[in-house]
Design a protein around this ligand. Structure first.
Ligand SMILES: C[S@@+](CC[C@H](N)C(=O)[O-])C[C@H]1O[C@@H](n2cnc3c(N)ncnc32)[C@H](O)[C@@H]1O
Length: 154
């Protein structure tokens, strides 16, 4: 298993959880610069997960990263993408306000907020070749969380 984040402190915290499990590796890396060649990235992978990262990446780079994930997966592999969308509007205002604070006060690295809506996200997944569905994570939480479940068909 390999995990990446651009923030060295978060990777250091993740590494402290590994113990003696030799098959887990965490690297400081810009996800938008990952090699799309499975051999160069220790792939292909059976699964790739992303939680709450894409909104920090401009839309064209998000689409490139989705295409990279597609290429890094083995046939039948699954891409689980937990994201936030722009609806409902009142929850989006809270989601966006919180993340504006997180990026401006320092805890989260990033230079801009780029939330794709559900239809844009599904289109990006399908354009990359995935079969995909959106699962809204409805709860009392004031966030617009959606889990996109995408399969590399064939
Ligand atoms: C809201 S945090 C989520 C962290 C973690 N995925 C989780 O679910 O707890 C967003 C993370 O995206 C990371 N990030 C932002 N841009 C990135 C990039 N281009 N490549 C890799 N990580 C990035 C930030 O450093 C931050 O740790």
């Amino acid at each position: 298993m390999r995990g990446v984040d651009i923030d060295a402190e978060k990777i250091a915290a993740a590494r402290r959880t590994v113990g003696d499990r030799a098959n887990i590796r965490f690297d400081v890396a810009d996800a938008t610069a990952l090699p799309a060649d499975p051999d160069a990235a220790d792939g292909p992978y059976a699964a790739i997960t992303v939680a709450d990262v894409f909104y920090l990446i401009p839309p064209d780079k998000q689409r490139e990263l989705i295409a990279t994930c597609y290429r890094l997966l083995a046939p039948g592999g699954v891409f689980l993408w937990k994201s936030q969308v722009r609806r409902p509007r009142w929850k989006y205002a809270i989601t966006r306000g919180q993340e504006w604070l997180m990026t401006h006060l320092g805890p989260t690295q990033g230079h801009g907020l780029y939330f794709l809506d559900t239809d844009e996200s599904l289109a990006a997944l399908r354009d990359a070749g995935f079969g995909a569905v959106a699962l809204p994570l409805r709860s009392w939480r004031p966030y617009t969380d959606v889990l996109f479940i995408a399969y590399k068909l064939g």
